[in-house]
Design a binder for this molecule. Structure first.
Ligand SMILES: Cc1cc2nc3c(=O)[nH]c(=O)nc-3n(C[C@H](O)[C@H](O)[C@H](O)COP(=O)(O)OP(=O)(O)OC[C@H]3O[C@@H](n4cnc5c(N)ncnc54)[C@H](O)[C@@H]3O)c2cc1C
Length: 428
């Protein structure tokens, strides 16, 4: 433990070197980095459980994510975060399956250019080649490109308009959770690059598995749930009902809006809205583990999958879990059921609607110009991390936590156990 001689400690009921506000993945990851450096940490979380947005509910043997989480096996941060050694990612089938406005389904981005060509599709070969070029491009080159919206940059990728409209648009919308493609074109390029370098994947057992692993690997008592923070100063954190916490530094690891409430100088970004819908089928639904994108703009769905085919632990034996994502508010249940019947080419009359999770402020928007390394040090003693400081992804949230922990330890004068920056910024 560092010196705790600060006078505030004598008045506060509790003391730690660092108080972290928020036990989402960024707060939990930051706690690991700091504890590894010998610093004492308290993580205060207002909810009853840690995990923040990465929450999973259990119902009748189903595991139901609140978020329609699409992680990627090429995310770099999980491997750099202590506590996540046991993380198991279940990959989707390679590429994506796209249901076009003409009602036909095609697999995209799953083959090498040569194989796509051999299978007779020049468009597919061009798309694979374009993604291959992005995958191989050094990030610095990519970040040196002109920045505009992802939508404005769509036409400049050397792909025929039919591929852009039928594949690239719905793919980017899914990766960025942004149907209007108002996101920075550089962020979009990074997202496509990440997509091309790995496989889309979900945490085995549900999104909550990731924060659960982080929380379980912290020293007992580090995370205190049911504690809402009311105000922060560099050396004192005031809570609603649990008194004051004295400390040497505070790290805000809440979402963007709560961070700005606690620290009014912070900007509140715009957000993207997401609804996740879970259905149970009465009998197993055969599926190859593909992510199915709905590219018909007349319908409100973004993508759907038989989640239990990707991760069998999410449904009881003999039934399937179908998880569908909408970029917006919940559509009428009948609209969703009839569209799913078409997409899966089966009757959905006997499907059971298990849950509809609507998150109006799911992720912060990343319009141009977007800084993927937004400052994490407000002043000596006050730091901020979370997906609003980086890319709005799990990888971005974890990365921001490592940056904030690094800045904090530097101010403490502690040699950094944290490895140097990777060349690759985190993106969707
Ligand atoms: C619907 C949806 C879909 C998504 N899809 C993807 C995806 O496909 N791929 C991807 O990589 N990411 C996706 N994300 C984003 C990803 O889930 C987030 O980026 C990540 O979970 C953010 O973690 P965080 O720690 O920054 O914030 P949070 O998880 O929001 O954690 C903040 C914590 O702070 C707590 N808190 C707030 N105020 C206080 C207070 N005053 N006192 C105490 N505690 C407080 C909150 O309760 C919360 O637990 C999605 C998110 C949503 C909601």
């Amino acid at each position: 433990m560092l010196s705790s001689a600060h006078h505030v400690a004598h008045h506060a009921a509790h003391h730690a070197d660092v108080v972290i506000v928020g036990a989402g993945v960024s707060g939990l990851a930051a706690a690991h980095h700091l504890i590894a450096a010998g610093v004492t940490v308290s993580v205060l979380e207002s909810a009853d459980d840690p995990g923040g947005r990465m929450a999973t509910a259990s119902a009748d043997g189903f595991r139901l994510d609140r978020v329609g989480q699409l992680l990627n096996t090429s995310y770099t941060e999980p491997a750099r975060t202590p506590g996540l050694e046991g993380l198991v990612l279940r990959p989707f089938a390679p590429g994506v399956l796209v249901h076009g406005a003409d009602g036909r389904q095609q697999r995209a981005a799953a083959l090498t250019p040569a194989r796509a060509l051999a299978s007779g599709s020049l468009d597919q070969a061009r798309l694979s080649a374009a993604l291959g070029r992005l995958a191989a491009l050094p990030v610095e080159r990519l970040l040196a490109r002109p920045e505009r919206t992802a939508l404005a940059a769509l036409g400049s990728r050397g792909l025929p308009p039919r591929t852009v409209n039928a594949v690239l648009r719905p793919l980017l919308a899914a990766l960025l959770r942004d149907p209007a493609l108002t996101t920075s074109s550089r962020v979009a390029d990074l997202a496509l690059r990440t997509f091309a370098r790995g496989r889309l994947a979900v945490p085995e057992g549900g999104a909550a598995a990731l924060p659960d692993l982080l929380a379980a690997a912290l020293p007992p008592g580090t995370v205190r749930t049911g504690v809402r923070v009311r105000s922060v100063a560099t050396n004192l954190v005031t809570t609603e009902e649990h008194g004051d916490f004295g400390c040497r530094s505070v790290l805000l690891a809440t979402g963007a809006r709560a961070a700005a409430d606690l620290l009014p100088g912070l900007r509140v970004p715009a957000f993207h809205e997401v609804t996740v819908i879970h259905h149970a089928t009465p009998a197993p639904l055969p599926w190859d583990g593909s992510l199915l994108l709905d590219a018909d703009p007349k319908w409100p769905l973004a993508h759907t999958t038989v989640m239990s085919a990707v991760d069998p632990s999410r449904a009881p034996a003999g039934r399937s879990l179908v998880t569908t994502t909408v970029h917006g508010p919940p559509p009428p249940a009948r609209t969703v059921a009839s569209r799913l019947a078409r997409l899966y080419d089966t009757s959905t009359r006997d499907w059971e609607l298990l849950a509809v999770h609507h998150t109006p402020e799911a992720v912060p928007a990343m319009p141009p110009p977007y800084d993927l390394r937004r400052p994490v040090r407000v002043l000596a003693g006050l730091y901020v991390c979370g997906d609003h400081r980086d890319s709005n992804t799990v990888d971005g949230a974890l990365h921001s936590a490592r940056r904030a922990a690094t800045a904090l330890l530097r101010d403490f004068g502690i040699p950094l156990p944290v490895r140097p920056e990777p060349a690759v910024p985190a993106a969707a």
